[in-house]
Design a binder for this molecule. Structure first.
Ligand code: SAM
Length: 217
């Protein structure tokens, strides 16, 4: 069935995002526009706009729509500048970022997920997203500094290389905590000082890497 889920998208914005305080017009527009159901398995398309995360294979998830909106809003994107994402996953968050940044750099450690996301985002016509299969806890030094950095997996601590690769005036969001629950931390860098704000509790899959968790055996 050819279904574009327009009503489901509208309902998601009106019932999950606005009532919880998402105000950034760009974020609301991007989330109302992007076809989230294309980023999940066809069998789950009907659930894509529901108020929870969904599996995307390889024991990974596409985040709950509200969390995507909250993290994106915290990045204070203006349509200009460079954004780095750690954890491409399905590519949905990268599409949102691409609507609101000049260029997006996204890193994923699971090669087949990265390949699938790259293929889909290319098909959807995005030309401002660059992909890398790597340990994102090391960042992507070559294109640094970044105006915004988003980590979409739970970290034991804020990865040091990411702080170094954040531009002066830059914003970063990262879930930090243990393997079961984290706090969403927003960091603003100015004059090499970091101002931190706690945006609330959350639960993400593990950030695995040199500056993250060790992979479970
Ligand atoms: N942003 C994704 C989306 O829109 O679908 C959801 C990301 S999912 C919650 C977290 C992702 O982070 C997983 O795909 C996982 O493989 C990836 N990941 C975990 N550790 C990583 C690392 N060190 N570098 C890059 N990706 C990592």
């Amino acid at each position: 069935m050819n279904h574009d889920y327009r009503l489901a998208r509208e309902r998601m914005v009106k019932s999950q995002l606005i009532p919880r305080g998402i105000r950034d017009k760009g974020v609301l527009e991007a989330m109302g526009k992007i076809h989230r159901h294309l980023f999940v398995e066809e069998a789950l398309a009907g659930e894509a706009y529901n108020d929870h995360p969904l599996p995307i294979g390889h024991k990974q998830t596409i985040s709950q729509p509200y969390i995507v909106a909250l993290m994106t809003e915290a990045l204070e994107l203006t349509g200009k500048g460079k954004t780095l994402e750690i954890g491409t996953g399905s590519g949905y968050q990268a599409a949102i970022l691409a609507e609101l940044s000049e260029r997006v750099y996204t890193i994923e450690r699971i090669m087949p997920l990265m390949a699938k996301a790259r293929h889909l985002l290319h098909e959807l016509g995005y030309t401002n997203i660059m992909f890398k299969a790597f340990d994102g806890t090391m960042g992507w030094k070559e294109y640094s500094p970044y105006d915004a950095i988003i980590v979409t997996a739970g970290a034991p601590r804020i990865p040091e290389p990411l702080l170094d690769q954040l531009a002066d005036g830059g914003r970063m969001v990262v879930p930090v905590g243990n393997r079961f629950s984290q706090e969403l931390i927003k960091i603003k860098k100015s004059n090499n000082q970091y101002k931190k704000e706690n945006l609330g509790g959350c639960r993400f899959v593990d950030l695995i890497g040199i500056h993250g968790w060790k992979e479970k055996p």
